[in-house]
Design a binder for this molecule. Structure first.
Ligand code: AMP
Length: 193
């Protein structure tokens, strides 16, 4: 096991990755690195990166890989990631997964485990529409949700094969109460730590 622990939380939009990643942070003293949150922070602060990301996010499309990868590279170089990180929403494409492998190689590290939070599509759409009401996220409208699901199936879901081939994927039933999913996730990470 390398000294750093990098966990990739996989799952479709609405599967609860963000909620679970936030809860895991304290248990393992690892920061959640959410590319969605990083983009939203840039958007709010009207940075150049935010302006660039906005058009893609509004449509539910992926922000280009080079932009996303260099943002993650900078984030992982920060001090709080010295022991690793919980990656939430990254990687989302084959190019991003390869870039992450190269990045971790350079740090003499590698991915420890890839928990996959599985939830059926109809439940996901219902959850996202509810989140739209509660949080008012601009990209939680029906049309964008449809695009995000398509992008997930086309670009992100194939990564499960990529990481399965490396023996890293552990599937979890995400259609259960948050605490139940959390307890199982914690055990999975502990067993790989
Ligand atoms: P999320 O909060 O993870 O659902 O991300 C919200 C939006 O941010 C996505 O629909 C994309 O437009 C963008 N985004 C987040 N993570 C990535 C990523 N790894 N690659 C490209 N775009 C991303």
């Amino acid at each position: 096991m390398s000294e750093k622990t990098f966990i990739i939380l996989m799952g479709a939009p609405g599967a609860g990755k963000g909620t679970q990643a936030k809860l895991l942070q304290a248990d393992f003293n690892l920061p959640q690195v959410s590319t969605g949150d990083l983009f939203r922070f840039n958007l709010k602060n009207e940075t150049e990166l935010g302006k660039l990301a906005k058009s893609y996010m509004d449509k539910g499309e992926l922000v280009p890989d080079d932009v996303t990868v260099s943002m993650v590279e900078q984030r992982l170089a920060e001090g709080d990631c010295a022991g690793g990180a919980i990656l939430d929403g990254f990687p989302r494409s084959a190019a991003q997964a390869e870039a992450l492998d190269n990045l971790l190689d350079k740090m003499n590290s590698r991915v420890a485990v890839v928990p996959f939070v599985r939830v059926e599509q109809e439940i996901l759409v219902a959850r996202l529409l509810k989140r739209a009401e509660l949080e008012g996220r601009a990209d939680d409208n029906e049309e964008t949700i449809r695009t995000r699901m398509r992008v997930y199936h086309e670009s992100t879901a194939p990564l499960l094969d990529y990481y399965s081939a490396k023996g890293l994927v552990v599937e979890i039933d995400g259609d259960r109460p948050v605490e139940v999913v959390q307890a199982e996730l914690k055990q999975i990470v502990e067993s790989k730590n």
